[in-house]
Write a protein that binds this ligand. Structure first.
Ligand code: GAR
Length: 216
């Protein structure tokens, strides 16, 4: 079983999608070991408690800088013997010691089709505002390995969502979550936990499942 920690900062609807998919057996070979919140008031903490997943708070506001916050998070993950970290609406870029320790073992969900509308400043509703301001006709979500650069690591899965004539940032955010994020994030976690992701530079190859019954 791959010991997985979900890192959150807010409402936790992506966390809920992971919890539900796990309950329905759609995430294979995965133990939801911990939810870690950077924000003591995040509703995601209640979602974890309802699902009987141990929840921990590593409060960003109680650390003087990013380095000490990064160290506290890294220590927590190492203490819990975590194999995979998932940023599910987690608002921070972490320092190199965290990324190096967990290189290609951190999955992030971003609410656009990377490399469009991503990077510093593109977070939550702001991303959807920028999409609508630009007038693109298709947006979506991307699950990718996180690195020290915001929204830049190797892409695992993407799903497109068309923009409707009367969309507002809120309506678009909701549809991108429902139609893309809540589907591809649990799927990306399962692919990782099943050992089906092979990273070659920027390229992630998804290995097919070999059905033993069909072997000669
Ligand atoms: C989600 O839409 C997620 O993709 C986005 O924040 C929201 C968190 O919602 N993350 C980013 O924008 C990261 N760059 P949630 O707490 O309900 O899952």
């Amino acid at each position: 079983m791959v010991k997985t920690a979900i890192l959150v900062s807010g409402g936790g609807t992506n966390l809920q999608a992971i919890i539900d998919a796990h309950l329905f057996g759609e995430i294979k070979n995965c133990e939801l070991t911990a939810v870690i919140s950077s924000n003591p008031d995040a509703y995601a903490i209640e979602r974890a408690q309802h699902a009987d997943i141990p929840a921990y708070i590593v409060d960003r506001a109680s650390f003087p800088n990013r380095a000490t916050f990064t160290k506290a998070l890294l220590d927590k993950l190492l203490d819990l013997d975590i194999d995979l970290a998932v940023y599910a609406g987690f608002n921070f870029i972490l320092d190199p010691p965290f990324i190096e320790t967990y290189r290609n073992r951190i999955i992030n969900i971003h609410p656009s089709l990377i490399p469009s509308f991503c990077g510093l400043g593109y977070y939550g509703l702001r991303t959807h505002e920028a999409v609508l301001e630009h007038g693109v006709k298709i947006t979506g979500a991307t699950a990718h390995f996180a690195t020290e650069i915001a929204d830049d690591g190797p892409i695992i899965l993407q799903k497109a969502v068309p923009i409707l004539e009367d969309d507002t940032p809120k309506s678009l955010q909701q549809r991108v979550m429902e139609e893309a994020e809540w589907e591809i994030l649990p799927r990306a976690i399962s692919l990782f936990c099943e050992g089906r992701l092979e990273v070659d530079g920027r390229i992630v190859h998804i290995k097919e499942v070999v059905d033993d019954a069909e072997q000669p």
